[in-house]
Design a protein around this ligand. Structure first.
Ligand code: SAH
Ligand code: SF4
Length: 432
């Protein structure tokens, strides 16, 4: 989501003359797009801003702004913490960037804009894809109403609001005209898409509308809340052939006691039933998840239940985190804080187990035929291309540059933990 916010910032600033540079010393404007989901991310921002401040000594004209969740959280306090900042803008104020910068250029001063708006202006900014891109993010909703006990998002991104379907469709058609072949629909809880529109439209019907856009070959979405994953949406995996064979379904814990404390609104049994149904509908679907270890009150027994659940479900991959206390959240007030070293022990053990499962799943794909959307050159070797399977796996293979942006078939020759090796079979669809 933050990556897409940054793309939108670049898109807003291009018409007023700003271009991207990799060289900070050449920059007239430096924007930091911050995250404060976990404490570590917030710490990184301060050290980066410290380094950037030196550039202002050499170039007094340099403008420095901070946006994103941490900016939303701190507001004017950011100026007190970091003296050389010119402006702070919140998650609902991205669209105001050109005006904010124009004001600072006219008259230097400290600006803060962190008000929440009832509009969707900041998520409706069209970011033209970078040259050669074939995959793009499209934000379909803003904010979150769930208030999971550990999470700052509802406080920093505001209440849930769905974007009208006409706007989403128009944006995707424009992206398709620019060469985009795959869209990832973004929202904190895409499964509740439509609730704030009050016109009966839900996420499954939105996917079906998007499926009709010619030029778009693949549809993905993130993130799905397990409580709101309806059977109608699960059935979409059978009915909409452009919907990729992958769902990211964050479970967070395998203990019902901890799930209740987290205010997640489902039990492990309900979660597993949905996984079973997904696998019945689409047997090879890749299921990935997020898990937090060391939530307040998590005992060795609760943790073991998470491990047992992982053994039963066998996720394709998992993003796992140590619980990080965030100010103002319900979990901050809970007793039974887990020691940092114990959290780390649990995290490392869990990650080792998941690596085994990921490798096992990847290995099962050896000798299979996979359709790839070719994204570009491989990071590993200049001579190879890289594409993704429908299940979101990276495959490196030998092929001509003209295949970039096309759908091709490969046979998987070797599986690794983080990628697969493939051999080109034939080109199946010229999508130019
Ligand atoms: N809206 C999405 C994800 C939001 S944040 C969802 O509900 O799934 C992405 C992930 O960060 C979460 O799934 C959770 O696993 C993790 N996370 C959020 N707050 C956290 C915290 N305080 N400590 C550790 N991990 C956290
Ligand atoms: Fe945070 Fe929960 Fe909302 Fe996801 S659903 S953003 S974890 S509050």
């Amino acid at each position: 989501m933050n990556v897409h916010d940054s793309e939108q910032m670049a898109a807003l600033l291009a018409p007023v003359g700003y271009k991207m540079t990799d060289n900070l010393k050449l920059a007239d404007l430096i924007l930091l797009n911050t995250c404060s989901i976990r404490e570590k991310a917030a710490h990184k921002v301060y050290s980066k801003l410290g380094r950037i401040s030196k550039l202002k000594e050499q170039n007094p004209e340099l403008i420095i702004g901070v946006g994103g969740c941490l900016a939303q959280q701190l507001g004017t306090k950011f100026h007190k913490k970091v003296g050389h900042l010119d402006f702070v803008f919140g998650t609902h104020n991205i669209y105001r960037l050109p005006q904010l910068i124009a004001t600072i250029k006219k008259k230097r001063g400290k600006i803060t804009e962190v008000d929440f708006h009832k509009s969707l202006n900041s998520i409706g900014v069209f970011a033209p894809p970078q040259g050669g891109a074939i995959s793009a993010f499209v934000t379909i909703m803003q904010g979150c109403n769930n208030f999971c006990a550990y999470c700052v998002v509802p406080y920093l991104r505001g209440p849930e609001m769905s974007r009208p379907p006409e706007d989403i469709i128009e944006e995707i058609k424009k992206l398709a005209d620019c060469g985009i072949r795959e869209v990832t629909l973004l929202g904190q809880n895409v499964n509740s898409y439509g609730k704030t529109l009050g016109n009966g439209l839900n996420f499954a019907s939105l996917i079906k509308k998007i499926g009709k856009i010619s030029g778009i070959k693949r549809i993905r979405f993130t993130t799905s809340h397990p409580r709101d994953l309806s059977y109608g949406l699960i059935n979409c995996f059978a009915e909409e052939e452009k919907l990729c064979e992958h769902i990211h379904l964050p479970v967070q814990s395998g203990s019902n006691r901890i799930l209740a404390l987290m205010n997640r609104g489902y039990t492990v049994e309900e979660y597993m039933q949905k996984v079973d149904h997904l696998r019945k509908i689409r047997p090879l679907i890749s299921i990935t998840s997020d898990i937090i270890v060391g939530f307040p009150g998590e005992t060795q027994n609760d943790y073991q239940e998470t491990i047992d659940m992982m053994e039963k479900i066998r996720f394709d991959s998992v993003f796992s985190f140590k619980y990080s206390e965030r100010k103002g959240t319900a979990a901050q007030k809970l007793e039974g804080k887990v020691e940092e070293c114990e959290k780390l022990r649990r995290l490392e053990q869990l990650q080792m187990l998941q690596d085994q499962h990921t490798l096992e799943k990847n290995t099962a794909m050896e000798s299979s035929k996979q359709e790839l959307l070719v994204e570009g050159k491989s990071k590993n070797s200049e001579n190879d291309l890289m594409g993704r399977t429908s299940s979101w796996r990276i495959v490196n293979f030998k092929g001509e540059l003209e295949l970039i942006g096309k759908l091709v078939d490969v046979k998987i020759s070797k599986a690794y933990l983080h990628s697969l090796r493939g051999k080109l079979i034939k080109e199946v669809g010229n999508v130019n």
